[in-house]
Design a protein around this ligand. Structure first.
Ligand code: TYD
Length: 208
């Protein structure tokens, strides 16, 4: 395979269904003959997974929470994502910096400017080539989460938090429409996959 790899991220509020699609996207790319690194944030490295466990369970100040998201991300970027892309692999990452803009910046009302400072500070400056934003109305996201495993610190937040998070995701997508594609994830999985496959094939073509 001579084509260079691309950096793909999946985003959306909890219950939007992105994790199901992340696994399917990685499998689809592998079936096309690409080397794929499927990973997630916060996490993706041993240290990152330790930070994930902390940040999803312990109470902490908003600044600490935001810094820990970026600490996990710095490790992930330098140890996993950048080396994979340098090898020519594709990277499929379940959440990345857009999640910090949405959850800490929007949901927790830190504001985009403070997140931007950390994004600019992190190196290498690497943006996803394509981000799919899985979008569902709040009631559907909540219904999908109900009955799932024990909710984490974020999943226990009230409705207004998720409305702010979703609005911040929409603002990101409106500002960067080329990179961030909105996927109406209230549709059946097969229909979502039809859209993803068409957009993925276009991305593969461009990469060649
Ligand atoms: P999530 O992908 O929803 O994991 P799971 O499918 O196992 O529940 O991610 C865990 C949580 O982390 C999610 O509620 C969003 C939150 N999060 C942030 O608040 N900021 C971030 O920068 C990232 C990457 C995640």
């Amino acid at each position: 395979m001579t084509a260079r790899g691309r950096f793909i991220t999946l985003e959306g509020v909890d219950g939007a269904g992105k994790s199901t699609h992340a696994a399917w996207l990685a499998d689809t790319l592998r079936a096309m003959g690409h080397s794929v690194v499927a990973t997630r944030e916060p996490g993706g490295t041993p240290l990152g997974e330790t930070l994930r466990a902390l940040v999803l369970s312990e109470s902490m100040t908003l600044d600490t929470e935001t810094l820990l998201m970026f600490a996990a991300r710095c490790e992930h970027l330098s140890q996993v994502i950048a080396p994979a892309l340098a090898r020519g692999d594709w990277v499929v990452c379940d959440r990345y910096t857009d999640a910090t803009y949405a959850y800490q910046g929007g949901g927790r009302q830190l504001g985009a400017d403070r997140v931007a400072v950390l994004e600019q500070w992190m190196r290498p400056a690497l943006q996803p080539d394509r981000t799919w934003l899985f979008d569902v109305p709040l009631e559907l996201a909540r219904a999908r989460l109900a009955g799932a495993r024990q909710p984490d610190r974020f999943e226990r937040e009230e409705a207004a938090f998720f409305e702010r998070t979703r609005a911040a995701y929409h603002a990101r997508a409106a500002a960067q429409p080329e990179r961030i594609r909105i996927v109406d994830s209230s549709r059946p999985v097969a229909q979502v996959r039809t859209q993803l496959l068409a957009e993925l094939q276009a991305l593969v073509q461009e990469a060649q």
